[in-house]
Design a protein. Sequence first.
Length: 513
Amino acid sequence: MRVAFSQRRRFSLSLLLSALGVAALGLVLLVANVTHDSLFHSTSLLAAPAPGQVATPTAETKNPASTVTLPEGKLKAAGIRVEPARLVELPSEVLVAGMIEANPNRRVEVRPRVPGIVREVHVSPSQQVQKGELLATLDSVDVGQARLNLRARQLDLSIAQTEDEWKTEVAAHVASLIPELRKATPASVLEKQFADKPLGAHRAELLAAYADLEIAMHEQTKQTELSDEGIVGEHPKFVALHAREAAQAKFEAALEQVRYDAAQQKRIADQQVRRAQAGVIDAVKRLEILGVNEGGADPLAIPGEISMKALATEDVTIYPLTAPFDGTIVTMSAVYSQRAEPTDVLFTLADLTTVRVVANIPESDFAVLPALKDATVRLTAAAYPGRTFTARMLYTGAIVDPTTRRVRLVAETANPEGLLRLGMFVQIRLDSPATERVLTVASSAVVEVDGRPAVFIPDSAGRTFTLRHVITGREAAGSLAIASGLTSGEQVVVDGAFTLKSELILKNQPEED
């Protein structure tokens, strides 16, 4: 029994020592925690909030400074000037939701005019293109057939022009030969004179008739001399006379016939040229109907000789789609190897340098409509806070929509920077006939801090300035309306606000370790 008691006492003693060790360890951890907080966080356990209470912000969690005090030197250099906020009479604003749309006169859906297969796409969405720039290249059987027809008509024209040139030259030489024949120039001389000048089939006919006439004239002269000398009777002289007259008549008939034939052949050649020209123009126009312009400035300017090798190797099925004007690719559905039909919209091109603003005016605001004719309206967009755009009124609808009881408003605004995108919502600000007293400050008084408009309020000494956020409204004549945050007569900094903003930013920058 004595042994058991001794064991129990030793066990109780060990438990006591263990408890004392745990307590000592807890005390060490508590002291370390308190020391850490006091050294690194400037807090103490006594400052800890009770359950259910909100902790007081420390120096690190307090809001950044909102006041700026300038020393005398900086105050003079900043050129601080203050003015009171004033109440002024301005037309009441009517706010209407609007949307940005493309100018329908400068927006086009680019479709192929004939079926084809997309061979290559040369642009990408949102890309800006110039007039005539290649958008896509297609392969089209219809274009190939039309282009082959044009080449055949061009070849016909080339042949007709060559034939016409030949016939024109022949007619000119015949016209110069006839006077020489009438002057009884010897045939041997004429042969040499016109040896290298084309006369066509008329050469033999004319010179043969002329030679027969010369023989007949020589025979008549000979028989007349023999008859006069009494060597022969009157009959040979009479026969020679009539032979000469027959040869003369035959020669004159030949002249007339040759002159007529040469002129007629030239007229036929001219008609063939005109017919061939009409065929070329017809083929060019057929290609233009398909959307291919190959006529150039002069569709009838055919090269002197068309190369058969060039015709054999020409890519006749190529069909280019080009931009009709300068603009931006708004949408694009064309992809490589796609089969495109005339009903498929491959590209939508829009000129976004100017855009339309459309809105629907409710019946309750119809009073503003008379003043909108040829007026300028103001636009604001959530994407660009603090910025106002202007738009020129185009028209307001003459008919009230029976379902919505609204009238359509359309205005146009310049968009050189491309900030106003299609489909963007904007707020249109319209002046109503009524007026209201609005609190305003100079536009230069409002600065943007942390993405919100604000002004600086001076103290009575004029050296310390407090930043105060405000809610702004419309801008008019260099003044900005203040919807809330100021009261009438309250002084604000109108010159030097930007300097104060810079000083405030520097003051709130964390110090480097």
